[in-house]
Design a protein around this ligand. Structure first.
Ligand SMILES: Cc1cc2nc3c(=O)[nH]c(=O)nc-3n(C[C@H](O)[C@H](O)[C@H](O)COP(=O)(O)O)c2cc1C
Length: 374
């Protein structure tokens, strides 16, 4: 009996299996509004056989976008386009769609990754003021952010709430607050980016105050019939960064506030950090630390999980409850279906193949036998 293909309850969401399509920025929106590319990208993921698809980091305010191509959810056009997308997906797939709500903090106002290596925008390129816990740039030559004051923080809590309300109305079934990768929430949590001397800096209790305020405020408006979680860094991969034990403590506090899951990633908070990102399961140990501290809180593991048996073992060994895939799904959007076959989990373990594609499913196409997947 495959654990990877067994159902799980996350808050009010009943999910068919343990596979999640991880949020992936496409840098292809216009004024924060999704475009035809997003229909194909998310449509493909919705028929991949995962049990839930999470839409990319989406800015809750314009200045909270990483690049001008990021999706946003602060106005009616953005909300209406997402609502259309979700309705369209529901016409051919029963896979629920979630969204990652984000503020890029000091790493906002950059080029798309394929332009100038994603470096900071110049004033002539439309650069905007960035905001962070402390006025410390991410790296040499990056924008020096303005330190958020109390009124700025209050406004951002409201912006997260307003974006969550829009996400609910648009039909998203899950909301994930982006607290990882050196963006705003992650910056508050990490001593690397947070040098504040007020109630929001210093001790872990202080560093998590603003992230917990956001979580609590969004929890108050996000329906219990859906799922609400946060993505967190288990490590910044540099001396003096956040530790797995601190992340486990933050997770316990989020659970106390009624969040339904945490999603444990790492890195991207310090330009000098060296991440072992080619190592299989390089972040799974952080998920395990959180799972140990919060046995009843669903934990998603992510990062270089590429094999069916590898994913199954992570769950079997109790290191996490779900597995998120990013690059594996871009490489092979039929990964979950192939994994179900490899694990002999049964034909319907992943969401069924679309009828239109059934001539390529399972034993129907002899070429499948030539493919080595495990
Ligand atoms: C194209 C691309 C875009 C990404 N965008 C996001 C994002 O919007 N939010 C986020 O939290 N992580 C983002 N990530 C990180 C992935 O969600 C994932 O954590 C990471 O790629 C490791 O998982 P993998 O080894 O399965 O790719 C992105 C990754 C890729 C490849």
């Amino acid at each position: 009996m495959s654990k990877l293909f067994s159902p799980i309850q996350i808050g009010g969401l009943h999910l068919k299996n343990r596979l999640v399509a991880a949020p992936m920025c496409q840098y292809s929106a216009v004024d924060g509004v999704i475009q035809p590319w997003h229909w194909q990208h998310l449509g493909v993921l919705a028929i991949s056989g995962v049990s839930v698809v999470i839409v990319e980091a989406t800015g809750v305010v314009p200045e909270g976008r990483i690049s001008p191509g990021d999706t946003g959810l602060w106005d009616d056009r953005q909300e209406a386009a997402f609502a259309r997308l979700i309705k369209d997906i529901a016409s051919y797939s029963d896979t629920p769609v979630g969204i990652q709500l984000a503020h890029a903090g000091r790493k906002a106002s950059t080029h798309r990754p394929w332009q100038d290596k994603g470096g900071p925008l110049a004033p002539g390129d439309g650069a905007w003021t960035t905001y962070a816990p402390s006025p410390i740039p991410f790296n040499d030559g990056w924008h020096t952010p303005a330190a958020l004051d109390q009124a700025g923080m209050d406004r951002l809590v409201e912006a997260f709430v307003a974006a969550a309300q829009r996400a609910d109305r648009a039909g998203f079934a899950l909301a994930e607050l982006h607290g990882a990768h050196g963006y705003l929430i992650s910056e508050f949590l990490s001593p690397i980016a947070n040098h504040r001397t007020d109630d929001y800096g210093g001790s872990l209790e202080n560093r998590m105050r603003f992230p917990l305020r956001i979580a609590e405020a969004v929890r108050a408006v996000w329906p219990r019939s859906k799922a609400l979680g946060m993505r967190l860094n288990g490590s910044d991969w540099v001396e003096g960064g956040i530790t797995p034990e601190e992340t486990a403590e933050v997770s316990a506090r989020l659970q106390g506030l009624g969040l339904d899951y945490v999603h444990i990633s790492s890195g991207a908070n310090a330009a000098r950090a060296v991440m072992p990102w080619k190592e299989p399961g390089y972040q799974v140990g952080f998920a395990e630390t959180v799972k140990h501290r919060c046995p009843d809180l669903p934990v998603i593991a992510v990062g270089m999980i590429a094999g069916a048996h590898q994913a199954e073992a992570i769950l079997d060994e109790g290191k996490a409850d779900m597995i998120a895939l990013a690059r594996a799904l871009l490489d092979d959007p039929r990964w979950p279906h192939h994994a179900a076959e490899t694990l002999e989990a049964g034909a319907d373990a992943a969401s069924p193949w679309p009828v239109q594609y059934q001539r390529a499913a399972g034993a129907a196409w002899p070429g499948r036998a030539l493919r080595d997947f495990g």
